[in-house]
Ligand binder design. Structure first.
Ligand SMILES: [Zn+2]
Length: 482
């Protein structure tokens, strides 16, 4: 008699299932262990001893069935029948199941952002289109404007794969605050080709999370239990504009909060844009995060156009502008099995070569074939040819935080834990403070003792009569009609 490891099924199923490599008609006494369902949550492993003799065994009020693939089902006759039906369904899963699942995920994104493309698909179209107008990674500099959020690196990495190290003009929520100096700095780093021409490729995208369940806003992050969100800055701006109304958030152009410069600039620009588009204190109450993200995209893209008009000299430079919204379609729980995916909803794509502007229709270009997709994505790809787009499983912005890396790290820790017990090791006492720490924290440097930060310096201007007068004049000029 050999020990048989069984995995007790969930209580509602009232039966037990075991998978092993044995045939239905000739079941030999064997050491069996569950593999197919042992990992499923809510199931409890129990050890029993059994000697299976055939494919169907009656044991009191229980029935035991050994299926052709070696799965053993134990339970009441009704529960066994249900389990067998489920088993048949599992085996009948069509080959299109993966494509259907991914198409469902893509549809949930399309519902809010029509025309969205998988991020790899998007980037290969951009690369090919820009190449046709003379832009390559060797002769261009990418000017990338995204939110500061670390998850936006998923798009930045793709851009840098094509165009090399990018000049970043990132701001909270994607607010463009680098000004003409920031733009000029990036331009001056552009490679020069033989024609002595500079080439800039502008990418600008606010971002949003639409998770695997189609929820807008919530986002899972590696190493952080529970729900996070994206874009935090745009969610904050949305909530505040909705609760405080539009008027008080419009502010005087050019004025910002010294302790919260980027957020205050982002929020008031969105508020003024909303007012410009006809919203009022009442109508903003109905805005969704998707609405505000689209407004932010229009605001930021127009700010970029304005800065380009102030800075780019088309006699000495060609440039391209690619704008849209970056969409994170990640697992609802970062640790679960569903893939994280990235989408982009393009809003404009054009080039200006020798001063002539040409608009590009990215959707007119074909997607990659599955083979090309595998070349781009490496072995862990998830392809979807059901729609117009190609998708791939997305690792977190840092490879060491990928799902697979975290799972193998957990397994390693479990192994060490059991080794500790086996070997009877004791780790206590190893956490004492090393002596070198006390050497670097003995005194406060003179520089840190003085309180002369920018906020304190700025506050001295509050009482300046000349500045007060200018402020009054500005407030009068930009006062919103009640
Ligand atoms: Zn953000």
């Amino acid at each position: 008699m050999a020990p048989l490891a069984l995995c007790a099924a969930a209580s509602h199923a009232q039966c037990t299932r075991v998978s092993a490599g044995i045939s239905r008609r000739s079941v030999q006494p064997a050491r069996l262990f569950s593999s197919r369902v042992a990992h499923k949550a809510g199931r409890r492993a129990v050890l029993v001893a059994a000697e299976a003799q055939g494919s169907v065994i009656e044991a009191g009020d229980k029935t035991i069935i050994v299926e052709s693939d070696g799965t053993i089902i134990i339970g009441s006759p009704e529960a066994v029948a249900r389990a067998q039906a489920n088993s048949d369904n599992e085996e009948a899963a069509p080959e299109s199941a993966e494509t259907d699942y991914l198409a469902g995920r893509a549809n949930a994104v399309q519902k809010h952002f029509e025309g969205s493309l998988g991020a790899d698909d998007f980037m290969q179209r951009v690369e090919m289109a820009l190449f046709a107008f003379g832009f390559t990674g060797d002769n261009s500099i990418a000017m990338v404007n995204l939110c500061r959020d670390e998850v936006t690196l998923t798009l930045k990495h793709r851009i840098e794969d094509v165009f090399g190290s990018a000049f970043s003009t990132n701001g909270l929520g994607g607010a463009l605050t680098c000004g003409v100096t920031g733009m000029g700095a990036g331009f001056s780093h552009s490679p020069l080709c033989s024609s002595n021409k500079e080439r800039y490729v502008f990418f600008s995208f606010p971002h949003i999370s639409i998770n695997a369940s189609g929820e807008v806003g919530p986002m899972s992050r590696p190493g952080r239990p529970g729900q996070s969100c994206a874009c935090g800055a745009l969610i904050k701006a949305t909530n505040e504009i909705k609760s405080e109304g539009l008027t008080c958030n419009c502010k005087i152009p050019g004025v910002h909060d010294a302790v919260d410069p980027e957020m205050s600039i982002l929020k008031q620009r969105i508020a003024r844009r909303l007012r410009h588009e006809g919203h009022n204190d009442d109508s903003v109450k109905d805005l969704t995060l998707v609405d505000v993200t689209k407004v932010a995209e229009r605001t930021i893209s127009d700010d970029l156009e304005f800065l380009i008009s102030k800075t780019v000299n088309t006699d000495k430079a060609d440039y391209a502008v690619i704008t849209g919204v970056q969409i994170h379609n990640w697992a609802k729980d970062f640790e679960d099995a569903s893939p994280n995916m990235e989408f982009v909803a393009p809003t404009s794509a054009y080039v200006v070569v020798n001063g002539v502007k040409t608009h590009i229709d990215l959707t007119a270009m074909p997607p990659m074939t599955p083979r090309q997709m595998r070349l781009v994505a490496g072995p862990a790809d998830v392809c979807n040819q059901g729609g117009q787009t190609m998708l791939r499983e997305e690792e977190a912005p840092y490879a060491f935080d990928s799902k697979d890396a975290r799972r193998s790290q957990k397994a390693r820790l479990q192994r060490y834990l059991s080794l500790m017990k086996e070997e009877g090791l004791d780790a206590s006492g190893s956490n004492s403070t090393p002596v070198w720490q006390s050497k670097i924290t003995t005194t406060t440097p003179a520089r840190c003792a003085t309180a002369d930060n920018s906020v304190i310096i700025d506050s001295s201007f509050n009482t300046d009569p000349e500045l007060s007068k200018i402020r009054e004049q500005l407030e009068e000029k930009y006062r919103v009609a009640q």
